[in-house]
Design a binder for this molecule. Structure first.
Ligand code: ADP
Ligand code: MG
Length: 318
């Protein structure tokens, strides 16, 4: 029995296909659903947490169907939505206590003490939540989500808007929960975080999974090095042996090469011979951003390069 299993899970809003045939299995791991704004992450989470019904396909959580057995599903999951859900006019302790009572947890006061301690909030437990930092509120929401000891937890953009230190703390907590055997399904549009902290990721764009696997595997599908080129003005396409265009984001064009050091001068030469004004070139290892650009770029080139380029520019600005 899988913690999370979906088969052709699809959601249409009118003529818009927000989630398009998602087939996935997730078990006792930290699974990251990655994608830009509007790619279908929240819609996916809403279906998996029984809050939205699908147009087509099915989803099962801990062996229970999300449509036929929503109560059974709800008893084994927790969901922390993207928007802050704590009551800022109550103390941290009161916020968690409400959840413990809602779930009918035995010895709710002890359970709340324990959870506040786990989330490092004991010394601020009796302060109003409105005095908490963004990171503390997120930890309070995690404490709320844990009152009934769920087997599977869904976190929608848990680190959105937090500073670097607070993000790291949230991820440390997520890891600790996973070590205790919990399955974590987390969405983010921060590729670097997913790369660092998720066991497996699915890259979603326009509701479709464009790449699925361990971050290291996905990066290994690209060649060893990435060369990034910044051009002034229009880019005249080139093609040389040993390098492959990954994609373009704003005025940055990325290529992948098996041996970046050797490819760099050849590429520079070819670019300028084709009339490009190269402002900067750099060499680095592949990142999940490159995987994203490549897996999405391929689909979009088929749809028309101009539209793709426009969207990449917008994305670069976001
Ligand atoms: N209730 C809704 N009615 C109509 N369109 C929606 C609704 N919810 C989401 N969408 C659309 O579905 C797409 C996916 O949205 P969402 O799942 O929220 O994306 P993400 O969480 O990745 O930013 C977007 O184009 C969004 O505008
Ligand atoms: Mg969302």
């Amino acid at each position: 029995m899988s913690a999370i299993q979906t088969d052709d899970l699809t959601k249409n809003f009118g003529s818009l296909c927000a989630v398009d045939g998602l087939t996935l299995e997730v078990n006792r791991e930290i699974f990251g659903l990655l994608g830009p704004n509007g790619s279908g992450k929240t819609t996916t989470v809403l279906m998996l947490t029984t809050l939205l019904s699908q147009t087509k396909g099915s989803a099962g959580i801990c062996g229970h169907d999300t449509v036929r057995e929503p109560d059974r599903v709800r008893s084994c999951i927790s969901y922390v939505p993207q928007d802050m859900a704590v009551d800022t006019n109550l103390t941290g302790r009161e916020n968690v206590l409400i959840f413990a009572r809602l779930y009918g947890v035995p010895n709710p006061k002890d359970r709340v003490d324990e959870l506040l301690a786990v989330m490092g909030l004991s010394d601020r437990a009796d302060d109003l939540a409105k005095t908490y930092s963004g990171g503390m509120r997120r930890r309070l929401e995690l404490a709320e989500a844990l009152v009934h000891e769920p087997e599977v937890i869904f976190l929608d953009e848990p680190t959105l808007g937090l500073d670097v230190g607070a993000r790291k703390t949230i991820w440390d907590h997520i890891h600790a929960l996973n070590r205790k055997g919990m399955t974590i399904f987390v969405t983010t549009h921060y590729m670097d975080e997913a790369d660092q902290f998720c066991d497996r990721v699915g890259i979603i764009d326009h509701g479709k999974i464009a790449a699925l696997g361990r971050p290291s595997e996905l990066k290994a599908r690209l060649m060893k090095d990435v060369i990034t080129v910044v051009v002034d003005g229009d880019y005249s396409p080139i093609q040389i042996e040993g390098t492959l265009l990954i994609g373009r984001s704003g005025d940055e064009i990325s290529f992948t090469a098996e041996n970046g050091r050797e490819a760099l001068p050849v590429l520079a030469d070819a670019l300028s011979r084709a009339g490009n004004r190269v402002r900067a070139m750099s060499l680095r290892e592949p990142s999940l951003d490159d995987v994203f650009l490549q897996s999405v770029g391929r689909q979009e080139e088929a749809q028309g390069f101009e539209e793709w380029r426009y969207r990449m520019m917008l994305r670069g600005r976001a």
